[in-house]
Design a protein around this ligand. Structure first.
Ligand code: AMP
Length: 192
């Protein structure tokens, strides 16, 4: 949903301007707006054989609404994966993140395994890297507060449904990816 909202923000119209202001403050966009972009996406052909939601739901109201959306669409919840990470490492992941403006590849200037070979240039396609306007320390602190207040309660919500899986997100991305694959393939242990 973050990507979908950034896309809407970049349109530069009045609505886009409003969304950008909220994103830059590190607060949550209104639930109604998120449902609108999400429903549009889920109705697309590319979601037909399944999808991964990243950044949604962000609060309990959205989780309840998502249960309704799933039941209207006759779909199962599937699995919910918590990527667990300590706050100091998360801060580095966010403030060091650089993204390719062309292919979307993600780099991190604080992680030697993820630093681009040439400063600000994508190793894969040679295009310029950029930093998200909300990936600064001040907005990070606000995003983290918003997470603790609004999003963290979802851990109990999904644990109670028996749908919650936890992956430790300190290690390199390949290890994390293989853990996620195991869970999606039905080989993980849910938390109860
Ligand atoms: P992300 O790309 O997941 O880091 O999200 C970036 C920003 O987009 C968040 O700080 C929120 O302002 C907004 N956002 C993303 N997903 C949601 C959501 N489900 N509900 C409300 N706001 C959201």
């Amino acid at each position: 949903t973050g990507d979908l909202l950034r896309e809407a923000a970049n349109k530069g119209d009045e609505l886009g301007q409003k969304i950008k202001e909220i994103l830059d403050k590190g607060e949550l966009v209104t639930d109604e707006l998120v449902y609108e972009v999400l429903k549009k996406k889920l109705a697309q052909e590319e979601c037909r054989n399944g999808y991964i939601l990243d950044g949604f739901p962000r609060n309990v109201e959205q989780a309840i609404k998502y249960d309704e959306i799933l039941s209207d669409m006759n779909l199962d919840l599937g699995v919910v994966i918590l990527l667990n990470i300590p706050e100091d490492l998360l801060m580095k992941r966010i403030t060091g993140r650089r993204i390719c403006s062309n292919c979307g590849e993600i780099y991190n200037i604080y992680d030697e395994l993820m630093t681009p070979k040439k400063d600000s240039v994508c190793d894969k396609c040679g295009c310029m890297l950029y930093q998200r306007s909300d990936d600064n320390e001040e907005t990070f602190n606000n995003r983290f507060k918003t997470y603790l207040l609004k999003t963290e309660p979802l851990i109990n919500y999904y644990r109670d449904k028996g749908a919650l899986y936890v992956v430790e997100n300190r290690d390199d991305k390949y290890k994390v990816l293989s853990e996620i694959e195991k869970i999606i393939n039905g080989l993980g242990d849910s938390v109860d």
